[in-house]
Design a protein around this ligand. Structure first.
Ligand SMILES: [Zn+2]
Length: 352
């Protein structure tokens, strides 16, 4: 089965990103569309359309990374605050519809899998992967095993409270980490500063035609890379909050590598260096312990779809739990168990 490709689909709150991925993580064909968030039917129709547009004879399995709580055992998408998906037998539905093996996972886990197996976390047994976008997506690998938690909720780092009574978050709490260290936080800070009419924001404002509401994350990043001092500062603030939060994660999880991805990571060292400084300054036991390496993601925006495809491909090639997890369509399941029996009998014969 080597060389065959899988389709990876990253379903986020704002867009659906999909691509055909080979075993090295190279994406050959890709498509993208906004995520419909009005009704579940409309949402599922859009996902179907994206998949249909990329399927060909070469695609052997489909993996989905969903911004939803996932019941891995049952293959269900349980609930999501970002997409209209509530208690859906997602894996069975997709597997029946496309007659292919289907794997599903949370999008943060999918991104972590991509960076751990093929990207910036390669070779490490303990990693934490963060995706900075609308919020902060997270994934944990400990001793080479993806940690999903008892109810599929592990890695929701974005909602750790870092500032008691701080900024209001859409989860209902105040002071969540993602209100300070995400792409959205960067944009909100930049716009707020621009609205004060402060001379420090003039240069940044000029680049977007004078309207504070036009400022986007990529605008701030581009200006900072050009050396615009206010944008450099705004990114450093986000980096500082990032480093503090990562120090908390290190206290709990003791990772070897922390991979930082998502749109904001395009800022490179402008984000990474302040994060490293704050991390080293906040880390518990500093000076007396090994420190995790903070590195930029290899895949940035494609990590979710590449990880989802990898999950699908591996489950297809080595499907140890595939029957238990209902990974295969029934027809393929019979074929797989026949092949497995054959392999076992050959192995038994070789050993005797
Ligand atoms: Zn929150």
């Amino acid at each position: 089965m080597t060389g065959q490709r899988a389709l990876g689909v990253d379903v986020g709150g704002t867009k659906i990103l999909a691509g055909v991925v080979d075993r090295e993580g190279e994406v050959s064909r890709q498509s993208e569309r906004p995520t419909p968030v009005s009704t579940q039917d409309e949402f599922l129709a859009a996902v179907d359309e994206v998949v249909e547009g990329l399927l060909d004879h070469d695609v052997q399995a489909i993996g989905f990374g969903l911004c939803s709580t996932i019941d891995q055992q049952a293959g269900r998408a349980v609930s999501s605050v970002h997409i209209p998906l509530h208690d859906v037998d997602f894996r069975a539905r997709m597997s029946e519809r496309f007659n292919l093996p289907v794997a599903i996972d949370n999008d943060g886990n999918a991104a972590a899998i991509a960076e751990w197996k093929l990207g910036a976390g390669q070779g490490a047994s303990h990693i934490v992967a963060l995706t900075l976008g609308t919020g902060i997506g997270g994934g944990i690998v400990i001793d080479g095993v993806v940690q999903r938690g008892r109810w599929g909720m592990a890695g929701e780092f974005g909602h750790m409270v870092v500032v008691p009574d701080g900024r209001r978050c859409e989860c209902g709490n105040r002071g969540c980490w993602e209100q300070y260290a995400s792409g959205n936080a960067l944009v909100r800070d930049a716009r707020a500063l621009a609205r004060t009419n402060s001379p420090t924001a003039y240069q940044l404002l000029e680049t977007v035609g004078g309207d504070p509401d036009n400022i986007t994350g990529p605008d701030v990043t581009a200006a900072a890379i050009q050396g615009e001092p206010t944008s450099v500062e705004l990114l450093a603030d986000v980096g500082t909050w990032l480093g503090r939060g990562i120090a908390n994660l290190a206290a709990a999880l003791d990772p070897e590598v922390v991979v930082i991805g998502g749109g904001v990571s395009a800022a490179g060292d402008l984000l990474l260096l302040p994060a490293q400084r704050a991390f080293s300054r906040t880390l518990t036991g500093r000076g007396f312990r090994e420190e995790a390496r903070l590195v930029l993601a290899r895949f940035r925006n494609d990590a979710g779809l590449i990880g989802a495809a990898d999950l699908a491909r591996h489950a297809m090639i080595e499907p140890p739990d595939s029957a238990q997890f209902g990974f295969w369509p029934r027809r393929r399941q019979r074929r797989a168990s026949k092949a497995r029996r054959r392999r076992e009998s050959l192995r038994a014969r070789a050993q005797s």
